[in-house]
Design a protein around this ligand. Structure first.
Ligand code: VG1
Ligand code: CO
Length: 564
C-alpha cells in the first residue's frame, strides 16, 4: 500500500455554485486547494463522513449514494490551463479512495456531455468534470471542478451541500504516492496502484450515441449538397467532436469546424457562444455570401448558439422550435413526455407544450434541476435561456446535440432557419427576449439591490408603470415534484398583466464580484408586429426594471456589460 495521508486545513469559500466550484486558476493552484475539494467529494459519496454534517443536509445523500469502492469514475476536462495537472491529482486521489477503474479522455479531454454519456454507458458511480465552462482560461483565467452522479447529471443540491459541509471541516486527504505522471496521450489501459486507468478516445462513445438519435443519412445528404454550414468550437473542447461528427461522419467539407483545436487559453478568447463573444462566426453569418447555418459552443461543449443566414435564434426560441419539430427526429418521433425550462427562460416552449398537450415544468436555473424530471420520465426536452438545450439522451445540456437536431430539421424541411423560426412565431406568437448582464458589480451593492427589490415585491401587484400593470411579483421557489426537495430564493419575478415578464437574479458562476442578470420578455401574438427591433420592444420593460430596482445606482454602471 502506498496511500499517503496528508494533513490539511479547510479553505474558505469552497461552496459549489450553479455548476460546480469555479475560481481563478491562481486560487486552485494554492497548496491543498484542489485536493481538499476532491477529498470532500469522495468523502461525501462514500459515506465516510462522520455524524458532524448538519441535519439540514438530508441523510439520503449517504443512504443512497453508491460507495465508490471498486466502482468506475469518469474524469475529463475542457482542456483549459491546469487541466492536465489537476487530472493527475484526481487520478492519484481516486486510487487512494478505492475506485476500481477510472475512464479518462485522451489528453485529459472530455466534453461535459461526453462525461454524462460515459457515466451512463459504463455504469460509473460518478464523474468529475474539470471545467469553468464559458469562463476565460489561461494562467490568469478561471478553473473549475464539478461532480456528476450515477445518472450522469450534475450532483443535486443535497450532494453539493454535503460536499460543501465537508470542505469546512476537512483535516486530512489521501493520495496515492506515485511520482511518475500517468500517460494520458495514448489510448489504453494502465494501472496506478490497484486502480485501473483506462484512457479512452474522447469522441467515440459520444459520436456513437448521436448516430442512435438522428437521421444521419438525411443530414449527410443536406451537408453534401449546396447547403453551407460553419461551426465554431472557439478553441475549446468541441473541436474534436465537431470534426468527427460533421466532417468525418457526415461528410461536410474540411474546415466546417473552425477554431477546432482546443487551446489551454482558448486562443485568448472567451468561449461563450453568444453574439458578443462568438463575433467571428457572427460576422460570417451576417456578412456577404453568408453560410446557411452557423453554430458555436462553449468551453466544455454543453452550450450552443444557433444562427441562420442573417438570423439569430434566441436559445428560448430554439428550445420551442426543437419541441415543435420533434417528429422529424427519429429519437423523438414517438412523442415528447414533457418539456422543462429554467424559470428565466422565455415562455415560448410553454406554448408548444400547450399545443402538444404535454406538461411544462419551470425549474430554477442550472441543469441539476432537470435530472429528477428526466429520470422519472416526465420530460424529454429541457432548455435554458443561457444557450443550453438537451434531452433525456444524457443528463447534461448538449451543444452539438442541439446542432444535430437543427440540422436534422433543416434536412427534413429544406427551409431556411429564418423561415422556420418566423413560421413558428406566426403559429405560436413571438416572445421577444433579452438578458442584460451587469458583470463585476460590488458584491455588497448587488446584494443590496436584490434585498431592496425583494422588500418591494409584496407591494407591486396592481401598481402601474406607464401602459403596464403588475400582475404578480415573487421570489421564485421550487419544489421538486419527484423528491419533494425545496429550493428557495431562485430569482425575483415580476409578471405584468400584458404577459410580459422581468426577472432579476445574481449569477452563481462568476468569479469576480457579483453579476446581476436582468431577463426581459414580451409576448407578441400579432404576426404584423413580429419583426420589430428587440431593444425597442423591450425598452419599456428596461425602464420598469430601473424604476423598481435602481440598477444604475446599485451597479454604478450606465448600461449592461453584455446583452444576450
Ligand atoms: C449560468 C447560466 C445557467 C447555466 C450555468 C451553467 O449560471 O445562467 O443557465 O446553467 O451558467 O452553464 P449563472 O448562475 O451564472 O446564471 V455552463 O455552460 O457553465 O455549464
Ligand atoms: Co458550459
Amino acid at each position: 500500500m502506498s496511500i499517503v495521508e496528508i494533513a490539511t486545513q479547510p479553505h474558505a469559500g469552497q461552496k459549489p455554485g450553479t455548476s460546480g466550484l469555479r475560481k481563478p486558476v491562481t486560487v486552485f493552484q494554492q497548496p491543498h486547494y484542489l485536493e481538499n475539494f476532491v477529498q470532500s467529494i469522495f468523502d461525501s459519496v462514500s459515506g465516510s463522513v462522520s455524524g458532524s454534517v448538519s441535519g439540514s443536509v438530508s441523510g439520503s445523500v449517504f443512504d443512497s449514494a453508491p460507495d465508490p469502492k471498486g466502482t468506475t469514475l469518469v474524469v475529463g476536462g475542457d482542456g483549459r490551463y491546469h487541466n492536465r495537472a489537476a487530472i493527475q491529482t484526481v487520478l492519484r486521489m481516486a486510487a487512494a479512495a478505492g475506485y476500481g477503474r477510472v475512464l479518462v479522455g485522451q489528453g485529459g479531454i472530455l466534453s461535459t456531455p461526453a462525461v454524462s454519456c460515459l457515466i451512463r454507458k459504463y455504469g460509473a458511480s460518478g464523474g468529475i468534470v474539470l471545467s469553468a465552462s464559458h469562463n476565460p482560461g489561461g494562467p490568469s483565467g478561471d478553473f473549475g471542478i464539478k461532480y456528476n452522479v450515477a445518472n450522469g447529471g450534475p450532483a443535486p443540491e443535497s450532494v453539493t451541500a454535503a460536499i460543501y459541509a465537508r470542505t469546512q471541516e476537512i483535516s486530512v486527504y489521501r493520495i496515492w504516492a506515485e511520482d511518475a505522471p500517468i500517460d494520458l496521450e495514448r489510448v489504453g489501459v494502465t494501472k496506478l496502484g490497484p486502480l485501473v486507468v483506462e484512457v479512452v478516445d474522447a469522441t467515440d462513445d459520444y459520436a456513437q450515441l448521436m448516430t442512435t438519435l438522428f437521421d444521419f443519412d438525411a443530414i449527410r445528404d443536406l451537408l453534401q449538397g449546396d447547403f453551407r454550414f460553419c461551426v465554431d468550437a472557439m478553441h475549446a473542447v468541441t473541436g474534436p467532436y465537431a470534426r468527427r461528427l460533421f466532417e468525418d461522419m457526415l461528410g461536410a467539407p474540411a474546415g466546417t469546424a473552425i477554431h477546432a483545436v482546443p487551446l489551454e487559453n482558448f486562443g485568448g478568447g472567451h468561449p461563450d457562444p453568444n453574439l458578443t463573444y462568438a463575433h467571428e462566426l457572427v460576422e460570417r453569418l451576417f456578412g456577404e455570401n453568408a453560410p446557411d447555418f452557423g453554430a458555436a459552443s462553449d468551453g466544455d461543449g454543453d452550450r450552443n448558439m444557433i444562427l441562420g443566414r442573417n438570423f439569430f435564434v434566441t436559445p428560448s426560441d430554439s428550445l420551442a422550435v426543437l419541441a415543435a419539430n420533434h417528429r422529424y427526429v427519429p429519437a423523438y418521433r414517438a412523442g415528447l413526455a414533457g418539456i422543462a425550462r429554467s424559470m428565466p427562460t422565455s415562455q415560448a416552449a410553454d406554448r408548444v407544450a400547450q399545443g402538444l398537450g404535454i406538461d411544462l415544468y419551470e425549474t430554477p436555473t442550472g441543469w441539476k434541476f432537470f435530472g429528477n424530471l428526466l429520470d422519472a420520465g416526465r420530460v424529454t426536452l429541457c432548455g435554458e435561456e443561457s444557450f443550453g438545450t438537451g434531452s433525456n439522451h444524457i443528463r447534461e445540456k448538449d451543444g452539438l446535440w442541439a446542432v444535430l437536431f437543427w440540422l436534422n430539421i433543416l434536412a427534413a424541411r429544406r427551409q431556411s432557419v429564418a423561415d422556420i423560426v418566423q413560421e413558428h412565431w406566426r403559429t405560436y406568437g413571438r416572445h421577444y427576449y433579452a438578458r442584460h448582464d451587469y458583470e463585476g458589480v460590488k458584491s455588497d451593492r448587488a446584494e443590496s439591490l436584490m434585498d431592496g427589490l425583494r422588500q418591494r415585491l409584496a407591494g407591486l401587484p396592481g401598481q402601474r408603470f406607464g401602459a403596464e400593470e403588475v400582475a404578480y411579483a415573487d421570489d421564485f421557489a421550487y419544489t421538486d415534484p419527484v423528491d419533494g426537495s425545496c429550493s428557495a430564493g431562485q430569482g425575483l419575478r415580476i409578471g405584468l398583466v400584458s404577459g410580459s415578464r422581468l426577472v432579476l437574479r445574481l449569477s452563481g458562476t462568476g468569479t469576480q464580484g457579483a453579476t446581476l442578470r436582468l431577463y426581459l420578455e414580451a409576448y407578441e401574438p400579432d404576426a404584423q408586429r413580429q419583426n420589430l427591433e428587440v431593444g425597442t420592444v423591450l425598452a419599456p420593460l428596461v425602464a420598469i426594471a430601473e424604476e423598481v430596482a435602481q440598477i444604475r445606482h446599485y451597479t454604478e454602471m450606465e448600461r449592461p456589460t453584455v446583452i444576450t
